[in-house]
Design a protein around this ligand. Structure first.
Ligand code: NAD
Length: 260
């Protein structure tokens, strides 16, 4: 269903972004993936996408903290595939610290990657979507675009910013066939989360189950992690023609977290 479409997915070498890239490849989309990681692993991801899609998949190593690298990535996508029909702004980083001790360089990095990069990719890809009269911009926000947790000031500020930016661009593009939305997951089962478990078990003297239920899933009423495939299926739906009237929305997928 996405045959002939080009999807640019940032932060797609692991976790949620990779699941979104795979879901779009399975529908036949051409892809440009991006993110950090082991070169051999990334090459095997890239070639797997190409095979699944029966369409080209490119990898670009752009650091999303770097405006010039973003410009080069978008230019390359336009030259080697075509200008993106679907833009998924998914790359994101986290750092946890009380605000008074928050390292200023970490603050800057989180704002750059999680928020400013979304501005750059959007301003660079929207003109071609408008010209074509069709486009989809899908931003991975977070439950933290709606509610806060202590010690996550930069992340929460950036994700609230993504939600506001999404609504603004949705209004600006509303008559152009371009929808702009964000997906706000709660805790998603990714390597990032898995890695926190042993340390927290040790630090607090808890069992694996206690860490999962009482620490990580404390705010998530379902007591179950969201899966990357669940997030990908919503992204796929937002990319479909059936979702043409959904724009400016911030869609929760958080097991009831923000209902409480
Ligand atoms: P992840 O760490 O598995 O994936 C992050 C991706 O971003 C990786 O591909 C990484 O290489 C890339 N990346 C990081 N910094 C980058 C940079 N400077 N330039 C380019 N790429 C960069 O994490 P994930 O859990 O899949 O997170 C994906 C998105 O989902 C993030 O925006 C995150 O904030 C959001 N999110 C995650 C959860 C969760 O519980 N895992 C919950 C809500 C929202």
């Amino acid at each position: 269903k996405l045959q002939g479409k080009v999807a640019l997915v940032t932060g797609s070498t692991s976790g949620i972004g990779l699941a979104i890239a795979r879901a779009m490849a399975a529908e036949g989309a051409s892809l440009m993936i991006n993110g950090f990681g082991d070169r051999d692993e990334i090459e095997s991801i890239r070639s797997g996408l190409e095979e699944a899609a029966g369409a080209p998949a490119l990898y670009d190593a752009a650091d999303l903290g770097d405006c010039e690298a973003i410009e080069a990535m978008v230019r390359r996508c336009a030259h080697e595939l075509h200008a993106p029909d679907i833009l998924v702004n998914n790359a994101g980083i986290q750092f946890v610290s009380p605000v008074t001790e928050f390292p200023t360089d970490k603050w800057e990095a989180i704002l750059r990657v999680n928020l400013t990069a979304v501005f750059h990719t959007t301003r660079l890809t929207l003109p071609a979507m408008r010209e074509r009269g069709w486009g989809r911009i899908i931003n991975t926000a977070s439950a933290h675009s709606m509610v806060a947790s202590p010690n996550k000031s930069a992340y929460v500020a950036a994700k609230h910013g993504v939600a506001g930016f999404t609504k603004t661009v949705a209004l600006e593009a509303a008559r152009d066939g371009v929808t702009v939305n964000c997906i706000s997951p709660g805790y998603v089962w990714t390597q990032l989360v898995e890695k926190q478990i042993p340390d927290t078990m040790k630090a607090r003297g808890l069992t694996r189950e206690q860490v999962m239920n009482d620490v990580l899933l404390a705010a998530q009423p379902t007591k179950r992690f969201v899966t990357v495939d669940e997030v990908a299926s919503l992204a796929l739906y937002l990319a479909s023609d059936g979702a043409a009237s959904i724009t400016g929305a911030n869609l929760s997928m958080d097991g009831g977290w923000t209902a409480a």
